[in-house]
Design a protein around this ligand. Structure first.
Ligand SMILES: [Zn+2]
Length: 415
């Protein structure tokens, strides 16, 4: 199973927006840009809102059928490990093996020695097409990289073989993710990680490194855009080189776990994939849920009331909701509006405060981040929430599609 050149990860917490999401890719297709939709949901998300992977499969199948989508699409078991992979085997055909917890923990000495021995031919000066500078690599450096990443890659191998034994070779797409770690990986680290992935026999088609800068949930990139652009291009060059050197799948490409809405780096990604004629997979998760809130607010009446109620409850349970996301949110509590202030807001004031439009004076990134992690509140409302989604489906769908198409698809793949 080959993942196409451009693919886009769609998260949908409450499984009501599959069609509205797919519509954004249909818009791209009308312009001749083919992007494969990949519905993704992590174990963490399933746990927080008590859903199961089968629900994601059902949503994807139904959306594809309803909109007569004839192209490929996938269902991604996002950030899974050996502990929970079994829950996803049946429903998924794309697996994101998360081995971040194993990085930095050294593998055994024999494995490290064998790796160094096998790859020490890369020590010395190394030139990679597409990168101006020459890398000077030492055997010691290869050893340090092996110590840092070999255990993680061998864990990925265990998860991969587990899935392969259940689903059969070539019946699914494999991603290796290391994005949820403390420090970004350098292009040279990436090169040797790919060597290890090939040694393990993992036919990885996407790799998600941790990039430089902060990728907070639901808000824009924080960091040096020029530095990101440089590393991103170097990563593309390294991948193209590693595919040839190690016989990895020709479809191997970068996966950007964006945490949604990294608008300021989209231009660099667009430029780089065109320059290198490379593919890319972009994962977004939570902003569709925020578009649901925007749609409810704009609908007014009980829709707006529900949107307000969710914020007020989220504020009262701040620590509990932010806890699981502590490393990927930066909320300044003093800028959060009081329940009293929000109670006076009209439709537009709520929508404008939440919508990710940085040129709008009312936009409040702290309000947005808290709601981004507040989906548990809506999950607890159960039918009250999902009935509102159905009642105001049209307004919500318009916002969901527009968000994905205008703010993501266009700047990354088209503009
Ligand atoms: Zn991720």
């Amino acid at each position: 199973m080959i993942l196409e050149k451009y693919s886009f990860g769609l998260g949908d917490r409450f499984a009501h927006q599959g069609r509205a999401q797919l519509q954004a890719l249909i818009e791209a297709k009308k312009l001749g840009v083919n992007i494969t939709p990949v519905w993704n949901k992590s174990h963490r998300e399933h746990t927080i809102i008590s859903t199961a992977p089968a629900g994601v499969r059902k949503e994807a199948d139904e959306a594809v059928k309803a909109l007569k989508w004839k192209e490929l699409y996938h269902v991604d078991a996002d950030h899974i490990s050996l502990k929970n992979v079994d829950l996803f085997i049946e429903a998924s055909d794309f697996f994101t093996l998360d081995v971040a917890d194993f990085t930095g923990k050294p593998a055994d000495e024999t494995a490290i020695n064998a790796f160094v021995k096998k790859h020490k031919n890369y020590a010395g000066s190394l030139e990679i097409a597409g990168i101006a500078k020459t890398f000077n690599i030492t055997e010691e450096q290869i050893r340090i990289i092996a110590k840092k990443f070999l255990l993680a890659v061998s864990e990925a191998g265990k998860i991969y073989r587990h899935i392969e034994s259940a689903k059969g070779k070539d019946n699914f797409i494999t991603e290796v993710s290391m994005d949820e770690t403390d420090s970004p990986q350098t292009p040279i680290e990436m090169f040797f990680i790919l060597a290890a992935i090939a040694d393990e026999g993992i036919p990885a088609q996407t790799i998600a490194p941790k990039f430089t800068g902060r990728f907070n949930k639901g808000v824009d990139y924080v960091g040096e855009v020029a530095q990101f652009a440089k590393e991103f291009e170097e990563d593309l060059a390294v991948i193209a080189f590693a595919v040839k050197q190690f016989g990895l799948p020709a479809s191997l490409k970068l996966s950007v776990h964006s945490g949604s809405d990294k608008f300021s780096i989209y231009g660099s990604i667009n430029k780089a994939i065109k320059k290198f004629n490379a593919g890319v997979h972009i994962k977004t998760a939570g902003t569709t849920w925020l578009e649901e809130l925007i749609g409810l607010a704009l609908a007014g009446g009980d829709g707006l009331a529900i949107a307000k109620q969710i914020y007020v409850k989220a504020l009262s349970r701040f620590d509990e909701l932010c806890g699981p996301y502590a490393t990927v949110i930066d909320i300044n509590k003093s800028w959060l509006p009081s329940p009293k202030a929000v109670s006076r807001w009209d439709n537009d004031e709520y929508a404008d405060s939440l919508r990710h439009n940085q040129s709008c004076g009312s936009y409040n990134p702290d309000f947005r981040q808290l709601l981004h992690v507040g989906y548990k509140i809506a999950a607890e409302m159960g039918k009250d929430y999902t009935s509102a989604l159905e009642k105001y489906a049209e307004t919500i769908a318009r916002n969901v599609t527009e968000n994905i198409y205008q703010r993501h698809i266009k700047p990354i793949f088209i503009a």
